[in-house]
Design a protein around this ligand. Structure first.
Ligand SMILES: Nc1ncnc2c1ncn2[C@@H]1O[C@H](COP(=O)(O)OP(=O)(O)OP(=O)(O)O)[C@@H](O)[C@H]1O
Ligand SMILES: [Mg+2]
Length: 386
């Protein structure tokens, strides 16, 4: 898995067994490896590349190699033979996500593009690989995101407590899990920018020397510029009611450029700018909860995951804003914050092979539930017809 932040590859080894109606999942190993120098910038700057088509073509196989390497290294670290592994699930790297339909003649089109060639992964590892989970949901009329709610349900549902899972990835998304819930009661949608704008501002202000605001130290030293915050919270995405999903198109380079210009014009200091943009991420989550979740559900606890859960300023600001509701991280209940999303895609790949849908229509807005992904045969693929 590599998410919108394009920070690197999260690889997990999981064991999935069937337990009555639902798969049971245990995490055996998790490794996070930043992309080699320069790769993140090439992914994020793709839209401005003078020969973008060629660069996409090339990066597709390069990322396929990096994903394959991550999988092989994980096997080596854990002393696992590839013959013990049933399959690989690879989300890929999203380079474009256009969930709002555009009309072309008789067609109403939603589109998304993930790269990291799964044929390379299957070839290097010899393992059957399931990849590209989003397009099928979109073909069924969905936004293609968020796809992690059902995996969140499998990992984090609680018999008595009503939980909200908040994934602070590049974009943040929420999953409501009422206690003892059935899948049909899950509510999930993208909240707004998670780390993506914070990372962009920090990268710019540090002249490229910092990739993110480590532990939120920069945000902690600044004060929020209320006027800028208010303007940013006026973004039309925040007025869209769920199902909704966002990407770099909403909260990416264009918005970043506007923010940097405004900050310069108004003389907003670097620390104040990071504090303001970090507060935008907090308010995106708080606003989503207050509008859509809290009026209808008595939430017992909020569980943060994703890289943003490691940003201490973000997690403590969320704790303050959401008090008295407890705000914890999935680390606190024994599941590493960085491993959640990658585990989700291992689960979705498993579901594909057992012929079960992975999307929730309530989350993506698809017309129906569908099995997700494209299946690339491994080395010992038995063939399906004789
Ligand atoms: N110690 C830390 N302090 C502050 N921020 C951190 C820290 N560690 C990670 N992060 C943030 O987390 C980001 C990576 O998070 P993550 O991998 O969950 O996002 P993502 O790749 O966009 O994932 P996804 O889209 O799957 O949710 C980094 O870019 C950075 O902003
Ligand atoms: Mg990531």
């Amino acid at each position: 898995m590599s998410g919108t932040s394009a920070d690197g590859v999260d690889a997990v080894l999981v064991e999935i067994t069937r337990e009555s109606d639902n798969p049971a999942v245990s995490l055996l190993c998790f490794e996070r490896r930043p992309y080699p120098p320069g790769i993140r910038g090439r992914i994020l700057r793709l839209p401005e590349h003078p020969n973008a088509l060629r660069e996409v073509c090339h990066l597709n196989v390069l990322l396929g190699e990096l994903f394959a390497q991550a999988a092989l290294d994980l096997l080596q670290t854990t002393g696992t033979s590839p013959t013990e592994v049933a399959l690989i699930g690879s989300h890929g790297q999203t380079i474009c996500h256009l969930p709002i339909p555009s009309t072309e003649g008789a067609f109403n089109l939603r589109s998304t593009l993930q790269i990291g060639e799964p044929c390379v992964i299957a070839e290097r590892t010899g393992l059957l690989t399931v990849a590209d989970f989003r397009p099928r949901d979109m073909a069924a009329g969905g936004e293609g995101a968020p796809l992690t709610p059902y995996p969140h349900y499998l990992l984090f549902r609680h018999p008595e407590r009503c939980r909200v899972i908040v994934n602070l990835g590049g974009i943040s998304n929420l999953t409501l899990l009422p206690p003892d819930t059935s899948v049909s009661e899950i509510v999930a949608f993208d909240a707004g920018p998670g780390n993506v704008l914070i990372d962009g501002v920090v990268r710019h202000l540090s002249g490229g020397t910092l990739e993110y605001d480590t532990d939120g130290a920069w945000a902690a030293s600044g004060n929020v510029n209320q006027a800028l915050l208010k303007r940013l919270l006026g973004h039309p995405f925040f007025r869209r009611s769920p199902p909704r999903s966002a990407g770099q198109e909403e909260f990416g380079p264009r918005m970043l450029e506007e923010i940097l210009v405004e900050a310069e014009q108004k003389g907003i200091s670097p620390a104040d700018l990071v504090a303001t943009i970090s507060t935008l991420s907090v308010e995106a989550v708080v606003g989503s909860l207050e509008t859509t979740i809290f009026p209808r559900h008595a939430v017992d606890e909020i569980l943060l995951c994703g890289g943003g859960a490691r940003n201490r300023w973000l997690s403590s600001a969320l704790g303050t804003r959401l008090a008295p509701r407890p705000v914890l991280t999935t680390d606190d209940i024994g599941f590493p914050v960085g491993a959640v999303e990658a585990t989700a895609f291992a689960i979705l790949a498993y579901l594909t092979l057992v012929g079960q849908p992975g999307n929730l229509v309530s989350a993506t807005g698809a017309r129906h539930a569908v099995p997700l992904g494209k299946i690339i045969p491994g080395r010992n693929f038995p063939g399906l017809i004789s």
